[in-house]
Design a protein around this ligand. Structure first.
Ligand code: HEC
Length: 105
């Protein structure tokens, strides 16, 4: 069997494997985005880097709604970009809940 077909079959098996996680079908992709994209500024463990600590304990001044808007709109005049071009409101709400519930753990 050609190697590329084998690769496709392996991918199909991986994709079909049951995800251990939450109801939102986008959750695994969003978790990856938080680690890689948000993590590129906020640190891989979200403890802070160029951007501040965004672990749950540091977000006490936010609720899920304020955090969702902040993710969608960014913080104008700072390096915190708006994510509206890439994320739906539902995605941003999910990420806000994920951060508040301790994404770093
Ligand atoms: C290009 C770098 C960069 C990326 C990528 C980035 N941020 Fe930020 N973020 C920042 C900076 C810088 C600040 C602080 C802005 C300021 O001076 O207030 C910030 C601030 C924040 C805050 C406010 C923290 C607080 O204490 O109020 C939150 C929450 C946040 N970012 C979440 C995220 C999330 C979630 C993502 C990924 C979807 C993300 N950021 C991606 C740079 C980034």
């Amino acid at each position: 069997m050609p190697a590329n077909k084998l690769v496709l079959m392996v991918l199909a098996v991986l994709v079909a494997a049951p995800a251990p996680a939450p109801a939102d079908p986008d959750a695994p992709a969003l978790e990856r985005l938080v680690r890689q994209d948000c993590g590129s500024c906020h640190g891989l463990s979200l403890k802070g880097g160029l951007g501040p600590d965004i672990r749950s304990g540091a977000l006490g001044h936010h609720d899920r709604a304020s955090l969702t808007s902040l993710i969608l709109d960014g913080i104008p005049g700072t390096a915190m970009p708006p994510w509206r071009p890439l994320l739906s409101e539902a995605d941003a709400t999910w990420i806000a809940g994920y951060l508040l519930n301790g994404a770093e753990e």
